[in-house]
Design a protein around this ligand. Structure first.
Ligand SMILES: [Zn+2]
Length: 467
């Protein structure tokens, strides 16, 4: 850790948070304690929050009022876990079609922050978060980041998509705050060449990040290059690597841990509901962020038994502006039904699968992470699900499952951006499909490359095998 990091951690960053209140530090202190409460006390906290949320939904959110009435459910009848089954679930389709009716009538629009997700499940959604909730949710993210040994104010590197590419360049002040107070150093996963990876590794040597946060496949790509080049990252002394946004296989985990000479902490969440679950150092499963979300794993509509896999359904306990109650995430997980040896009372879930994407290759041979393409669908109306398939270096198929209000012209800017991203001579053919694009295994791949299964082999410019 650099001298500057030490000063930032002890003085500058706490002072900055004290003034701006961007992260609720009181909440962080509470969460650091409550994680060690016995499971039944955590459940009691969860269900008190759930009851308050349900009462709010019934009073103030037209969509829920109607749904609860139709289902014969009243929040006063909610006594705990067993009553969850009586509450209707919320589908991505509801979000796409009923957005306005999902907004609470008693919360002013000025208190809402608009956000959108291209959806790693290929189903674009747009939604609102309330400001108050955002401060709470930054605290829980910080708690889980700290599990790897990182501390607020220490530098960290992100290997993922740069959202700013889609926005105007953020103002200088925001960039300075990110760099000198949050100590965040980003690498853009939407434009990867071997040269850029090597340059990034060089700058990691200078920055000495305490923690790395990465898309699983980008961390794996780095790991392959580090190994093939015979590089040694052990001197960086990275405390932990947080892998998120896509399925992490045991093979990828092992390769990443070896290359970065640190432990991998798998994490699961979404833009809609924030951080859902993440691993601690014991690595015996992912701890649910239980004071902030309720997670259910449903097998044929009923709660899955320990060891059984099922659909993940999440309730965000704090977004009063636009509540997500029993939101069907479109991913599959396994109910763990056991406690972790670390002593935390937060429940565990296992093996989240469902999100996979392939890198696509542009004209120059650079790789583009699949998430790039999900960003293009942010806020697009009438599209229920999409999937992009790279058939060859000059042909891409876009499968689109249309929803109500779909107009083909809505895709024009998306097609243009795909062409710009992959290179001018690439053709994009649009295919309208009526069936769900989820595979029989429950997996959904929002980008598929038919070019090569091994993006790090001789078929790409990232071939780094030494003779
Ligand atoms: Zn644990």
């Amino acid at each position: 850790m650099s001298l500057y990091d030490r000063i930032n951690k002890k003085i500058l960053f706490p002072a900055y948070l004290g003034i701006t209140r961007n992260v609720d530090l009181g909440r962080l202190a509470e969460l650091k304690k409550s994680q060690y409460l016995p499971p039944e006390e955590i459940r009691a906290i969860q269900f008190a929050s759930m009851k308050r949320l349900l009462a709010h939904c019934y009073r103030n959110v037209p969509f829920y009022r109607e749904r609860f009435d139709e289902a014969g459910f009243h929040p006063d009848d909610f006594r705990g876990e067993d009553d969850l089954q009586r509450i209707p679930t919320l589908a991505k389709k509801d979000l796409q079609q009923e957005r306005e009716r999902l907004i609470a009538v008693n919360i002013p629009r000025s208190e809402l922050i608009a956000d959108a997700s291209g959806g790693s499940t290929g189903k674009p959604t747009s939604f609102f978060k309330d400001r108050q909730r955002n401060r709470l949710r930054s605290a829980d993210k910080m708690r889980h980041d700290m599990w790897c040994g990182w501390e607020p104010g220490e530098s960290y590197a992100t290997l993922w998509g740069a959202q700013r590419e889609f926005d105007l360049q953020p103002p200088l002040k925001a960039r300075l705050v990110e760099r000198y107070l949050y100590r965040a150093f980003g690498f853009n996963a939407f434009d990867i060449s071997e040269e850029k990876v090597l340059r990034c590794l060089e700058s990691l040597e200078k920055v000495r990040p305490s923690m790395v946060v990465a898309y699983a496949n980008v961390a794996y790509l780095f790991a392959r290059i580090v190994k093939n080049r015979g590089l040694d990252l052990a001197p960086l002394k990275i405390k932990g690597l947080v892998s998120s946004a896509e399925t992490l296989t045991p093979e990828k985990r092992a390769a990443i841990e070896e290359a970065f000479a640190t432990k991998v902490f798998n994490r699961y969440g979404s833009r809609e509901v924030g951080l859902v679950a993440s691993e601690c150092r014991a690595g015996e499963g992912m701890h649910v962020n239980a004071e902030n979300v309720v997670v259910e794993i449903l097998k044929d509509g009923r709660p899955a038994k320990p060891g059984e896999s099922g659909e993940i359904v999440v309730t965000d306990l704090w977004n009063y502006g636009m509540p997500f109650v029993r939101y069907r995430m479109g991913d599959v997980g396994v109910a763990a039904g056991r406690l972790c040896s670390c002593g935390r009372g937060l429940p565990l879930i296992d093996g989240v699968t469902g999100r996979t994407s392939d890198f696509l290759i542009d004209e120059r041979g650079a790789l583009v992470h699949g998430e790039y393409f999900t960003h293009l669908f942010y806020g697009l109306p009438g599209i229920e699900q999409f999937q992009l398939i790279q058939e060859s270096r000059d042909l891409v198929t876009l499968n689109v499952r249309p929803g109500p209000g779909y107009l083909p012209a809505v895709l024009d800017p998306v097609l243009e951006k795909i062409r710009l991203c992959l290179g001018g001579s690439v053709r994009v053919q649009v295919n309208q499909v009526q069936k769900s694009l989820v595979e029989a295994s429950g997996k959904f791949r929002f980008t598929i490359s038919r070019l090569s299964n091994d993006h790090f082999g001789a078929a790409t410019s990232l071939s780094t095998e030494r003779p």
